[in-house]
Design a protein around this ligand. Structure first.
Ligand code: AMP
Ligand code: MG
Length: 421
Protein backbone atom coordinates (compact mmCIF):
# COMPACT_ATOMS: atom_id res chain seq x y z
CA UNK A 1 0.00 0.00 0.00
CA UNK A 2 1.24 3.52 -0.78
CA UNK A 3 -0.19 6.93 -0.10
CA UNK A 4 0.10 8.32 -3.59
CA UNK A 5 1.28 7.55 -7.11
CA UNK A 6 4.32 9.53 -8.10
CA UNK A 7 4.75 8.19 -11.65
CA UNK A 8 4.49 10.46 -14.69
CA UNK A 9 0.97 11.35 -15.73
CA UNK A 10 0.01 11.48 -19.39
CA UNK A 11 -2.43 9.62 -21.59
CA UNK A 12 -3.24 9.32 -25.24
CA UNK A 13 -5.81 11.88 -26.32
CA UNK A 14 -9.21 10.40 -25.59
CA UNK A 15 -11.01 8.94 -28.58
CA UNK A 16 -14.07 6.94 -27.64
CA UNK A 17 -16.03 5.49 -30.55
CA UNK A 18 -19.41 3.82 -30.99
CA UNK A 19 -19.23 0.08 -31.61
CA UNK A 20 -20.07 0.57 -35.29
CA UNK A 21 -17.27 3.11 -35.81
CA UNK A 22 -14.71 1.03 -33.90
CA UNK A 23 -15.62 -2.03 -35.95
CA UNK A 24 -15.20 -0.04 -39.17
CA UNK A 25 -11.78 1.28 -38.09
CA UNK A 26 -10.53 -2.24 -37.27
CA UNK A 27 -11.84 -3.71 -40.53
CA UNK A 28 -10.28 -0.90 -42.59
CA UNK A 29 -6.90 -1.65 -41.06
CA UNK A 30 -7.40 -5.39 -41.52
CA UNK A 31 -8.19 -4.87 -45.21
CA UNK A 32 -5.04 -2.77 -45.75
CA UNK A 33 -2.55 -5.24 -44.23
CA UNK A 34 0.29 -6.18 -46.54
CA UNK A 35 -0.50 -9.69 -47.79
CA UNK A 36 2.69 -10.35 -49.73
CA UNK A 37 5.10 -10.34 -46.81
CA UNK A 38 3.76 -13.44 -45.08
CA UNK A 39 5.80 -16.61 -44.68
CA UNK A 40 4.39 -19.78 -46.14
CA UNK A 41 4.82 -23.51 -45.65
CA UNK A 42 3.64 -26.70 -47.31
CA UNK A 43 1.82 -29.16 -45.08
CA UNK A 44 0.35 -32.63 -45.48
CA UNK A 45 -3.33 -32.43 -46.39
CA UNK A 46 -4.79 -33.00 -42.93
CA UNK A 47 -2.25 -30.80 -41.17
CA UNK A 48 -3.53 -27.90 -43.24
CA UNK A 49 -7.01 -27.97 -41.66
CA UNK A 50 -7.69 -24.58 -40.03
CA UNK A 51 -4.81 -22.88 -41.86
CA UNK A 52 -5.09 -20.33 -44.68
CA UNK A 53 -4.50 -21.37 -48.27
CA UNK A 54 -1.75 -19.67 -50.33
CA UNK A 55 -1.81 -21.64 -53.59
CA UNK A 56 -5.39 -22.10 -54.87
CA UNK A 57 -6.85 -25.59 -55.23
CA UNK A 58 -7.36 -26.22 -58.95
CA UNK A 59 -9.50 -28.87 -60.65
CA UNK A 60 -6.99 -31.30 -62.23
CA UNK A 61 -9.69 -32.58 -64.64
CA UNK A 62 -13.35 -31.96 -65.37
CA UNK A 63 -15.63 -32.37 -62.39
CA UNK A 64 -17.23 -34.79 -62.68
CA UNK A 65 -14.67 -36.37 -65.01
CA UNK A 66 -17.40 -38.32 -66.86
CA UNK A 67 -21.17 -37.88 -67.12
CA UNK A 68 -22.31 -39.58 -63.94
CA UNK A 69 -25.49 -41.20 -62.73
CA UNK A 70 -26.69 -39.69 -59.46
CA UNK A 71 -29.12 -42.54 -58.81
CA UNK A 72 -29.49 -46.30 -58.90
CA UNK A 73 -31.85 -46.99 -61.79
CA UNK A 74 -32.01 -47.40 -65.55
CA UNK A 75 -30.10 -45.34 -68.11
CA UNK A 76 -32.35 -44.87 -71.13
CA UNK A 77 -33.72 -42.38 -73.68
CA UNK A 78 -36.28 -39.95 -72.25
CA UNK A 79 -38.26 -40.01 -75.51
CA UNK A 80 -38.92 -43.72 -74.96
CA UNK A 81 -40.61 -43.06 -71.61
CA UNK A 82 -43.31 -40.88 -73.14
CA UNK A 83 -45.45 -43.72 -74.34
CA UNK A 84 -44.90 -45.79 -71.18
CA UNK A 85 -43.25 -48.52 -73.27
CA UNK A 86 -41.50 -51.55 -71.85
CA UNK A 87 -37.73 -51.14 -72.21
CA UNK A 88 -35.37 -53.96 -73.02
CA UNK A 89 -32.46 -54.37 -70.60
CA UNK A 90 -29.20 -54.80 -72.48
CA UNK A 91 -26.74 -54.79 -69.57
CA UNK A 92 -25.70 -53.49 -66.18
CA UNK A 93 -23.03 -50.95 -65.19
CA UNK A 94 -21.75 -50.20 -61.71
CA UNK A 95 -19.61 -47.40 -60.26
CA UNK A 96 -15.99 -47.85 -61.27
CA UNK A 97 -16.84 -49.67 -64.49
CA UNK A 98 -16.58 -48.30 -68.01
CA UNK A 99 -19.47 -49.12 -70.41
CA UNK A 100 -18.01 -50.96 -73.35
CA UNK A 101 -21.32 -52.18 -74.77
CA UNK A 102 -23.14 -50.65 -77.72
CA UNK A 103 -24.79 -47.24 -77.69
CA UNK A 104 -28.28 -47.41 -76.21
CA UNK A 105 -30.85 -47.63 -78.93
CA UNK A 106 -34.56 -46.85 -79.05
CA UNK A 107 -36.50 -48.96 -76.51
CA UNK A 108 -33.37 -50.08 -74.63
CA UNK A 109 -32.10 -49.50 -71.11
CA UNK A 110 -29.00 -50.30 -69.05
CA UNK A 111 -29.29 -50.99 -65.32
CA UNK A 112 -27.01 -48.42 -63.69
CA UNK A 113 -25.69 -47.71 -60.18
CA UNK A 114 -25.02 -44.35 -58.53
CA UNK A 115 -21.62 -43.00 -59.57
CA UNK A 116 -21.38 -45.06 -62.78
CA UNK A 117 -20.68 -43.38 -66.15
CA UNK A 118 -23.72 -42.88 -68.40
CA UNK A 119 -23.59 -45.21 -71.43
CA UNK A 120 -23.61 -43.57 -74.84
CA UNK A 121 -27.10 -43.06 -76.24
CA UNK A 122 -28.82 -42.59 -72.85
CA UNK A 123 -30.00 -39.12 -71.82
CA UNK A 124 -31.64 -39.81 -68.44
CA UNK A 125 -31.67 -42.21 -65.52
CA UNK A 126 -35.01 -43.54 -64.35
CA UNK A 127 -34.80 -44.16 -60.62
CA UNK A 128 -35.14 -47.78 -59.53
CA UNK A 129 -38.04 -46.68 -57.28
CA UNK A 130 -39.93 -45.52 -60.41
CA UNK A 131 -39.68 -48.71 -62.44
CA UNK A 132 -40.45 -52.43 -62.18
CA UNK A 133 -38.24 -55.17 -63.63
CA UNK A 134 -40.22 -57.76 -65.55
CA UNK A 135 -37.76 -60.48 -66.60
CA UNK A 136 -35.40 -58.92 -69.14
CA UNK A 137 -37.54 -55.79 -69.41
CA UNK A 138 -38.29 -52.69 -67.36
CA UNK A 139 -41.70 -51.08 -66.94
CA UNK A 140 -41.30 -47.33 -66.30
CA UNK A 141 -43.73 -45.81 -63.79
CA UNK A 142 -42.71 -42.20 -64.54
CA UNK A 143 -41.99 -40.01 -67.45
CA UNK A 144 -38.84 -37.94 -66.87
CA UNK A 145 -37.03 -35.26 -68.85
CA UNK A 146 -33.69 -35.52 -70.64
CA UNK A 147 -30.82 -34.89 -68.25
CA UNK A 148 -32.62 -36.09 -65.14
CA UNK A 149 -30.40 -37.85 -62.58
CA UNK A 150 -27.29 -37.17 -64.68
CA UNK A 151 -24.49 -34.70 -63.94
CA UNK A 152 -22.66 -34.14 -67.20
CA UNK A 153 -18.85 -34.12 -67.41
CA UNK A 154 -17.45 -30.75 -66.31
CA UNK A 155 -20.84 -29.43 -65.13
CA UNK A 156 -19.60 -28.89 -61.57
CA UNK A 157 -16.25 -27.40 -62.61
CA UNK A 158 -14.19 -27.58 -65.79
CA UNK A 159 -10.58 -28.76 -65.70
CA UNK A 160 -8.32 -25.88 -64.54
CA UNK A 161 -11.05 -24.06 -62.56
CA UNK A 162 -10.18 -22.60 -59.16
CA UNK A 163 -12.12 -24.64 -56.62
CA UNK A 164 -10.75 -22.90 -53.51
CA UNK A 165 -9.12 -19.47 -53.79
CA UNK A 166 -6.07 -18.14 -51.96
CA UNK A 167 -6.93 -16.63 -48.59
CA UNK A 168 -9.47 -19.29 -47.61
CA UNK A 169 -9.37 -20.75 -44.10
CA UNK A 170 -9.25 -24.49 -44.80
CA UNK A 171 -12.29 -26.42 -43.60
CA UNK A 172 -13.40 -30.00 -44.32
CA UNK A 173 -15.22 -28.96 -47.53
CA UNK A 174 -11.92 -27.61 -48.92
CA UNK A 175 -10.08 -30.79 -47.94
CA UNK A 176 -12.77 -32.70 -49.86
CA UNK A 177 -12.07 -30.66 -53.01
CA UNK A 178 -8.29 -31.00 -52.57
CA UNK A 179 -8.43 -34.77 -52.10
CA UNK A 180 -10.72 -35.11 -55.14
CA UNK A 181 -8.05 -33.36 -57.21
CA UNK A 182 -5.18 -35.46 -55.91
CA UNK A 183 -3.54 -32.94 -53.59
CA UNK A 184 -1.41 -34.66 -50.94
CA UNK A 185 -0.29 -31.39 -49.38
CA UNK A 186 -1.30 -27.73 -49.38
CA UNK A 187 0.71 -24.53 -49.22
CA UNK A 188 -0.51 -22.32 -46.39
CA UNK A 189 0.53 -19.10 -44.67
CA UNK A 190 2.66 -19.39 -41.53
CA UNK A 191 0.66 -18.68 -38.41
CA UNK A 192 1.21 -15.11 -37.16
CA UNK A 193 2.69 -14.82 -33.67
CA UNK A 194 0.58 -12.89 -31.22
CA UNK A 195 2.29 -11.62 -28.06
CA UNK A 196 0.14 -11.88 -24.92
CA UNK A 197 1.07 -9.44 -22.18
CA UNK A 198 -0.96 -9.55 -18.97
CA UNK A 199 -0.45 -6.75 -16.50
CA UNK A 200 -1.50 -6.58 -12.85
CA UNK A 201 0.15 -6.65 -9.43
CA UNK A 202 -2.65 -8.92 -8.22
CA UNK A 203 -1.84 -11.69 -10.72
CA UNK A 204 -0.01 -14.91 -9.94
CA UNK A 205 0.91 -17.61 -12.47
CA UNK A 206 -1.61 -20.46 -12.72
CA UNK A 207 0.88 -22.89 -11.13
CA UNK A 208 1.06 -20.75 -7.97
CA UNK A 209 -1.40 -20.92 -5.08
CA UNK A 210 -2.63 -17.30 -4.76
CA UNK A 211 -2.83 -15.67 -1.32
CA UNK A 212 -6.38 -14.47 -0.41
CA UNK A 213 -5.91 -10.98 -1.92
CA UNK A 214 -4.48 -12.13 -5.26
CA UNK A 215 -5.86 -13.98 -8.30
CA UNK A 216 -4.52 -16.27 -10.99
CA UNK A 217 -3.65 -14.92 -14.41
CA UNK A 218 -6.42 -16.45 -16.49
CA UNK A 219 -6.54 -13.88 -19.28
CA UNK A 220 -3.25 -14.96 -20.84
CA UNK A 221 -4.82 -18.38 -21.31
CA UNK A 222 -8.24 -17.28 -22.56
CA UNK A 223 -6.51 -15.02 -25.09
CA UNK A 224 -4.15 -17.83 -26.10
CA UNK A 225 -7.13 -20.14 -26.62
CA UNK A 226 -8.81 -17.54 -28.83
CA UNK A 227 -5.57 -17.02 -30.76
CA UNK A 228 -5.38 -20.75 -31.45
CA UNK A 229 -9.00 -20.77 -32.64
CA UNK A 230 -8.27 -17.91 -35.02
CA UNK A 231 -5.22 -19.52 -36.56
CA UNK A 232 -2.48 -17.62 -34.70
CA UNK A 233 0.47 -18.74 -32.60
CA UNK A 234 0.21 -17.41 -29.03
CA UNK A 235 3.41 -16.23 -27.35
CA UNK A 236 2.80 -15.88 -23.60
CA UNK A 237 4.98 -13.43 -21.70
CA UNK A 238 5.31 -13.61 -17.90
CA UNK A 239 2.90 -11.40 -15.93
CA UNK A 240 4.01 -7.74 -15.86
CA UNK A 241 3.69 -5.71 -12.65
CA UNK A 242 1.80 -2.38 -12.77
CA UNK A 243 4.96 -0.34 -13.32
CA UNK A 244 5.50 1.93 -16.28
CA UNK A 245 9.10 0.89 -16.99
CA UNK A 246 8.38 -2.81 -16.67
CA UNK A 247 5.45 -2.58 -19.09
CA UNK A 248 7.52 -0.56 -21.57
CA UNK A 249 10.36 -3.06 -21.43
CA UNK A 250 8.15 -6.07 -22.17
CA UNK A 251 6.28 -4.29 -24.98
CA UNK A 252 9.62 -3.62 -26.66
CA UNK A 253 10.48 -7.32 -26.51
CA UNK A 254 7.04 -8.28 -27.78
CA UNK A 255 7.49 -6.21 -30.95
CA UNK A 256 9.11 -9.28 -32.53
CA UNK A 257 5.57 -10.74 -32.76
CA UNK A 258 3.21 -9.73 -35.55
CA UNK A 259 0.47 -8.55 -33.16
CA UNK A 260 0.50 -7.45 -29.50
CA UNK A 261 -2.38 -7.94 -27.09
CA UNK A 262 -2.13 -6.47 -23.62
CA UNK A 263 -4.56 -7.33 -20.87
CA UNK A 264 -5.37 -5.03 -17.97
CA UNK A 265 -4.09 -1.60 -17.07
CA UNK A 266 -6.16 0.36 -19.59
CA UNK A 267 -8.81 1.69 -17.19
CA UNK A 268 -8.66 5.04 -15.39
CA UNK A 269 -7.07 3.63 -12.21
CA UNK A 270 -3.97 5.14 -10.63
CA UNK A 271 -1.92 2.08 -11.62
CA UNK A 272 -3.14 1.70 -15.17
CA UNK A 273 0.06 2.45 -17.08
CA UNK A 274 -0.45 0.58 -20.34
CA UNK A 275 -1.45 3.61 -22.44
CA UNK A 276 1.40 5.67 -20.98
CA UNK A 277 3.91 2.94 -21.80
CA UNK A 278 2.59 2.67 -25.34
CA UNK A 279 2.73 6.47 -25.73
CA UNK A 280 6.34 6.54 -24.58
CA UNK A 281 7.15 4.00 -27.29
CA UNK A 282 5.62 6.26 -29.94
CA UNK A 283 2.19 4.66 -30.30
CA UNK A 284 -0.48 5.99 -32.59
CA UNK A 285 -3.98 5.35 -31.17
CA UNK A 286 -7.01 4.66 -33.38
CA UNK A 287 -9.36 4.50 -30.41
CA UNK A 288 -8.95 4.60 -26.66
CA UNK A 289 -12.39 3.31 -25.78
CA UNK A 290 -15.60 1.98 -27.33
CA UNK A 291 -19.15 2.52 -26.07
CA UNK A 292 -19.74 -1.17 -25.38
CA UNK A 293 -20.45 -3.32 -22.39
CA UNK A 294 -18.41 -5.20 -21.38
CA UNK A 295 -15.08 -3.83 -22.57
CA UNK A 296 -15.45 -0.06 -22.74
CA UNK A 297 -11.76 0.82 -22.05
CA UNK A 298 -10.45 -1.24 -25.05
CA UNK A 299 -7.58 0.43 -26.91
CA UNK A 300 -6.41 -0.08 -30.51
CA UNK A 301 -3.35 1.39 -32.18
CA UNK A 302 0.05 0.69 -33.65
CA UNK A 303 3.67 1.09 -32.63
CA UNK A 304 6.69 1.91 -34.75
CA UNK A 305 8.81 -1.22 -35.21
CA UNK A 306 11.74 -2.48 -37.23
CA UNK A 307 12.14 -4.16 -39.68
CA UNK A 308 8.35 -4.01 -40.08
CA UNK A 309 7.10 -0.41 -40.30
CA UNK A 310 4.77 -0.92 -37.35
CA UNK A 311 3.01 -3.45 -35.18
CA UNK A 312 -0.67 -3.31 -34.30
CA UNK A 313 -1.60 -3.63 -30.65
CA UNK A 314 -4.74 -3.97 -28.56
CA UNK A 315 -5.04 -3.01 -24.92
CA UNK A 316 -7.89 -5.14 -23.61
CA UNK A 317 -9.58 -4.44 -20.29
CA UNK A 318 -8.53 -6.98 -17.64
CA UNK A 319 -11.96 -8.13 -16.53
CA UNK A 320 -12.01 -11.65 -17.96
CA UNK A 321 -15.35 -11.41 -19.81
CA UNK A 322 -14.37 -8.00 -21.25
CA UNK A 323 -11.06 -9.49 -22.36
CA UNK A 324 -12.70 -12.34 -24.27
CA UNK A 325 -15.45 -10.22 -25.84
CA UNK A 326 -13.13 -7.41 -26.95
CA UNK A 327 -10.64 -9.92 -28.35
CA UNK A 328 -13.37 -11.51 -30.41
CA UNK A 329 -14.80 -8.17 -31.61
CA UNK A 330 -11.61 -6.29 -32.45
CA UNK A 331 -8.40 -8.35 -32.22
CA UNK A 332 -9.76 -11.40 -34.05
CA UNK A 333 -10.36 -9.56 -37.37
CA UNK A 334 -6.78 -8.22 -37.36
CA UNK A 335 -5.37 -11.63 -36.44
CA UNK A 336 -7.40 -13.29 -39.15
CA UNK A 337 -6.13 -10.77 -41.73
CA UNK A 338 -2.54 -11.28 -40.49
CA UNK A 339 -3.02 -15.01 -40.92
CA UNK A 340 -3.83 -14.39 -44.59
CA UNK A 341 -7.61 -14.76 -44.61
CA UNK A 342 -9.19 -12.56 -47.27
CA UNK A 343 -12.56 -12.39 -45.56
CA UNK A 344 -12.76 -13.03 -41.87
CA UNK A 345 -15.15 -15.85 -40.96
CA UNK A 346 -18.37 -14.60 -39.49
CA UNK A 347 -18.71 -14.87 -35.75
CA UNK A 348 -22.31 -13.71 -35.63
CA UNK A 349 -25.62 -15.49 -36.10
CA UNK A 350 -29.26 -14.59 -35.60
CA UNK A 351 -31.60 -15.95 -32.93
CA UNK A 352 -34.84 -15.22 -31.13
CA UNK A 353 -34.78 -14.05 -27.53
CA UNK A 354 -36.26 -16.31 -24.88
CA UNK A 355 -36.83 -13.33 -22.54
CA UNK A 356 -36.94 -9.54 -22.68
CA UNK A 357 -33.84 -7.39 -22.04
CA UNK A 358 -34.03 -3.89 -20.54
CA UNK A 359 -32.54 -0.92 -22.36
CA UNK A 360 -29.30 0.95 -21.75
CA UNK A 361 -29.19 3.68 -24.43
CA UNK A 362 -25.82 4.65 -25.86
CA UNK A 363 -24.08 1.33 -25.16
CA UNK A 364 -23.86 -1.68 -27.45
CA UNK A 365 -24.02 -4.63 -25.12
CA UNK A 366 -22.77 -8.20 -25.44
CA UNK A 367 -24.62 -10.16 -22.78
CA UNK A 368 -23.90 -13.76 -21.82
CA UNK A 369 -26.24 -16.15 -23.60
CA UNK A 370 -26.92 -19.77 -24.31
CA UNK A 371 -28.05 -20.59 -27.83
CA UNK A 372 -30.28 -23.61 -28.31
CA UNK A 373 -31.15 -24.61 -31.82
CA UNK A 374 -32.51 -27.37 -33.95
CA UNK A 375 -33.26 -27.52 -37.66
CA UNK A 376 -36.26 -25.20 -37.36
CA UNK A 377 -35.61 -22.68 -34.58
CA UNK A 378 -32.77 -20.91 -32.82
CA UNK A 379 -33.48 -19.41 -29.41
CA UNK A 380 -31.04 -17.61 -27.14
CA UNK A 381 -31.43 -17.56 -23.36
CA UNK A 382 -29.81 -14.70 -21.42
CA UNK A 383 -27.60 -15.93 -18.57
CA UNK A 384 -27.70 -13.94 -15.30
CA UNK A 385 -24.29 -12.48 -14.48
CA UNK A 386 -22.45 -10.29 -12.04
CA UNK A 387 -20.80 -8.17 -14.73
CA UNK A 388 -17.62 -8.28 -16.73
CA UNK A 389 -15.56 -10.17 -14.14
CA UNK A 390 -18.02 -13.09 -13.95
CA UNK A 391 -16.03 -16.03 -15.30
CA UNK A 392 -18.52 -18.53 -13.87
CA UNK A 393 -21.34 -17.04 -15.97
CA UNK A 394 -19.04 -16.87 -19.02
CA UNK A 395 -18.29 -20.57 -18.61
CA UNK A 396 -22.01 -21.32 -19.09
CA UNK A 397 -22.25 -19.33 -22.33
CA UNK A 398 -21.96 -20.49 -25.89
CA UNK A 399 -22.51 -16.97 -27.26
CA UNK A 400 -23.06 -13.32 -26.35
CA UNK A 401 -26.33 -11.56 -27.15
CA UNK A 402 -25.79 -8.34 -29.09
CA UNK A 403 -28.01 -5.53 -27.83
CA UNK A 404 -27.57 -2.51 -30.14
CA UNK A 405 -27.15 0.93 -28.56
CA UNK A 406 -30.50 2.11 -29.95
CA UNK A 407 -32.55 -1.07 -29.57
CA UNK A 408 -34.93 0.12 -26.83
CA UNK A 409 -36.39 -2.60 -24.63
CA UNK A 410 -36.18 -6.02 -26.26
CA UNK A 411 -39.09 -8.42 -25.89
CA UNK A 412 -39.36 -12.19 -25.81
CA UNK A 413 -39.32 -13.46 -29.41
CA UNK A 414 -37.39 -10.45 -30.79
CA UNK A 415 -34.65 -11.26 -33.28
CA UNK A 416 -31.13 -10.52 -32.07
CA UNK A 417 -27.60 -11.16 -33.28
CA UNK A 418 -25.35 -13.35 -31.21
CA UNK A 419 -21.56 -13.23 -31.11
CA UNK A 420 -19.47 -16.37 -30.86
CA UNK A 421 -16.07 -16.14 -29.22
P1 AMP B 1 -7.77 -3.81 -15.03
O1 AMP B 1 -8.26 -3.82 -16.43
O2 AMP B 1 -6.30 -3.95 -14.90
O3 AMP B 1 -8.30 -2.60 -14.30
O4 AMP B 1 -8.40 -5.07 -14.33
C1 AMP B 1 -9.80 -5.23 -14.19
C2 AMP B 1 -10.12 -6.48 -13.42
O5 AMP B 1 -9.67 -7.61 -14.13
C3 AMP B 1 -9.48 -6.57 -12.07
O6 AMP B 1 -10.41 -7.14 -11.16
C4 AMP B 1 -8.30 -7.48 -12.29
O7 AMP B 1 -7.90 -8.16 -11.14
C5 AMP B 1 -8.85 -8.43 -13.33
N1 AMP B 1 -7.75 -8.95 -14.17
C6 AMP B 1 -6.81 -8.18 -14.76
N2 AMP B 1 -5.93 -8.95 -15.45
C7 AMP B 1 -6.34 -10.23 -15.27
C8 AMP B 1 -5.83 -11.47 -15.72
N3 AMP B 1 -4.73 -11.56 -16.49
N4 AMP B 1 -6.49 -12.61 -15.37
C9 AMP B 1 -7.59 -12.51 -14.59
N5 AMP B 1 -8.12 -11.36 -14.14
C10 AMP B 1 -7.50 -10.23 -14.47
MG1 MG C 1 -4.91 -3.89 -13.49
Amino acid sequence: MVLYNSQVEGTASVNILSYGDADRVVREHAARLDRGARHRETLALLEAVGRVLVVPIIADRDQPPFSRSTRDGFACRSADLAAGNLLTLIGRIRAGEAWDGPSIDQGQAVEIMTGAPIPAGADCVLMVEHAAIEGAEVRPARQIAAGENIVTAGAEAPSGAILVPEGTRIRPQHISAAAACGYQGLTVYARPRLAILSTGDELVPVETEPPPHQIRNSNSYSIAAQVLEHGGRPVLFPVIPDELDAIEEVIEKALECELLVLSGGVSMGKYDFVEQALLKLGAEFFFTGVRIQPGRPVVFGRLPAAPAKYRYFFGLPGNPVSTMVTFSLFAAPILSALSGETSSSSHFAEARLSDGIGEKPGLTRFLPGRLESDATRTVVFPIPWQGSGDQAAAAQTNCFIVVPDDSGRLKEGDRVSVLFL
